[in-house]
Design a protein around this ligand. Structure first.
Ligand SMILES: *Cc1c(COP(=O)(O)O)cnc(C)c1O
Length: 387
C-alpha cells in the first residue's frame, strides 16, 4: 500500500478512505442485525475501489464470503491471501476447472448445459446454482421448480453443490408493481428452496444491497432462505439507484483528485478545445486539469459537468480530451498551477460524489466508479471516522 505523501506527483489519482469503508460495513451490519451474514461483492476491482484491499479489510471485519465476476478476479484474491469463500458470479470457461479446484473457488452454474460440461471433466469443484426468478440473465428457470429440483439433485452427486442463489432486479424500486414483482421472485426462490430442503445446502441467498435494506424482514417468513446479503454498492457508500434512501451513516469512500497544470485568460469570442465546442462570451480564466476521458472522466460531461477547486464549482468547458480537461475558474480567486482539483469527493463545504455525477450523466454510481481507469492509481488512508 503506497502512502499518500507519494501521490503529489500524480496527474490523476484516487484516494480510498479505508475507515469509511469499515464504517459502512459496520453500519450496515448494525442495521440488519448480527444474524445476517454479509457476502462482500468485490467484482470489477471492488467497483473501482481495489478488490484486494477491500477484501482483506473486510476479512479483518470478520467477513468470510466474497463474490467476484470472473476467474481472474477470484485467483487474484486467493493469491493475495484472501481465505474466505470466493464465489464467481458469472460463467467461467470449462477449461478452468483445474484452477477452480486448485484455488478452492466456487463456480456459479448458469444452466443445466453448463452443469453437464463442468461435471464431465470429472473434477468435483464447489458450485452454486444460479436460479432465475425473473431477471432472465443466468440460472435455472424457477418457474419450472420440478426441473430445477431434478437438475440440482443430479449434480449434487457429481459436483460439490454448496448453495443456490437468485438475483433481484427491481429491489431498489418503491413502485407497488415492482414490489410485488420482487415478492414474486422471493416466493419462487423459496418454493424451490423448500423442494430441496433435505439437501441442507449451506448457502441459500437472494439479496443484494437494495434487497438487504428493504426485504430482509420479508424473508423472515422464509426460514429456508439464509439471512445473507450480497453487499456491493452500499458498502462503497453509494446508492443502488437515485430514488433510494441510503442509511445516514453511509458515505462514499472514494475521492478522485487531479491537478491544474496551467491557467490562462481568454478573450471574448475565443474558443476552447476540440471542435471549438465552447466559445467565451466574455473574458474568461481557463484552467487545464490533468485528467481526461482515458482516465474515465466521461466525455458526456463536456460543457456540462464541473469539478471542485478550492471548495467551489469550476464548470467544464469544451470537450473533455483524452488526458486533459478545461475548466472555467473565472469566479474562483487565486487558482494556480499545482492546485488540487476534486473530480469526485468533498472540497470545502461542497460534495460531489459518484451518485451526483451519475445523475448528471443519467446513469448509476456503479458505472462511474467502475470506469475510473486503471492508470489512475489508488491510494489508501485511514481517517478518524467514528467506528
Ligand atoms: C453485483 C451483484 C450483487 C451486488 O449488487 P449491489 O447492488 O452492488 O449490492 C449481488 N448479487 C449479484 C448476483 C451481483 O451480480
Amino acid at each position: 500500500m503506497e502512502i499518500l505523501a507519494n501521490c503529489k506527483e500524480k496527474r490523476s489519482w484516487v484516494e480510498i478512505n479505508i475507515s469509511q469503508l469499515r464504517a459502512n460495513y459496520r453500519s450496515f451490519q448494525k442495521v440488519v442485525g448480527d444474524d445476517v451474514r454479509i457476502m462482500t461483492v468485490v467484482k470489477a476491482d471492488a467497483y473501482g475501489h481495489g478488490d484486494v484491499q477491500v477484501a482483506r479489510m473486510m476479512e479483518e471485519e470478520g467477513c468470510s464470503l466474497f463474490a467476484v465476476s470472473n476467474i481472474d478476479e477470484a485467483i487474484g484474491l486467493r493469491k493475495a491471501g484472501v481465505n474466505g469463500e470466493i464465489l464467481i458470479l458469472g460463467y467461467s470457461s470449462p477449461g478452468y476447472v483445474k484452477e477452480i479446484k486448485e484455488y478452492d473457488l466456487t463456480q456459479t452454474i448458469v444452466s443445466e448445459d453448463y452443469a453437464l460440461v463442468l461435471s464431465s471433466t470429472g473434477i468435483p469443484i464447489k458450485c452454486q446454482f444460479a436460479i432465475d426468478t425473473g431477471m432472465n440473465r443466468i440460472g435455472l428457470d424457477a418457474d419450472d421448480s420440478i426441473a430445477c429440483e431434478r437438475v440440482i439433485r443430479t449434480y449434487c452427486r457429481k459436483l460439490i453443490i454448496t448453495g443456490i442463489f437468485t438475483h433481484l432486479c427491481v429491489a431498489d424500486s418503491d413502485e407497488e408493481d415492482d414490489k410485488s414483482f420482487t415478492r414474486q421472485q422471493l416466493y419462487k426462490f423459496n418454493k424451490l428452496a423448500t423442494r430441496i430442503s433435505d439437501l441442507k445446502l449451506p448457502l441459500v441467498h437472494c439479496l443484494n444491497s437494495a434487497g438487504g435494506l428493504t426485504y430482509l424482514s420479508e424473508i423472515k417468513d422464509f426460514p429456508l432462505i439464509n439471512r445473507i446479503v450480497r453487499l456491493g454498492i452500499v458498502l462503497y457508500g453509494l446508492k443502488p439507484s437515485s430514488n433510494f434512501r441510503l442509511l445516514p451513516d453511509l458515505q462514499a469512500a472514494l475521492t478522485w483528485k487531479s491537478v491544474i497544470s496551467m491557467v490562462k485568460t481568454i478573450s471574448s469570442g475565443e474558443s476552447v478545445g476540440y471542435g471549438r465546442y465552447y466559445v467565451a462570451e466574455q473574458e474568461r480564466k481557463i484552467a487545464t486539469v490533468t485528467t481526461g476521458y482515458a482516465d474515465g472522466l466521461n466525455r458526456g460531461l463536456s460543457n456540462k459537468g464541473f469539478v471542485l477547486i478550492r471548495g467551489q464549482k469550476a464548470p467544464i468547458v469544451g470537450r473533455i480530451c483524452m488526458d486533459q480537461t478545461l475548466v472555467d475558474v473565472s469566479d474562483i480567486p487565486n487558482v494556480k498551477m499545482g492546485d488540487t482539483v476534486i473530480i469526485l469527493g468533498a472540497s470545502g463545504g461542497m460534495e460531489y460524489n459518484a451518485d451526483d455525477m451519475a445523475e448528471d450523466l443519467d446513469t448509476i454510481g456503479y458505472e462511474i466508479t467502475c470506469n475510473i481507469s486503471k492508470r489512475v492509481q489508488r491510494f489508501y488512508y485511514n481517517s478518524n471516522v467514528n467506528l
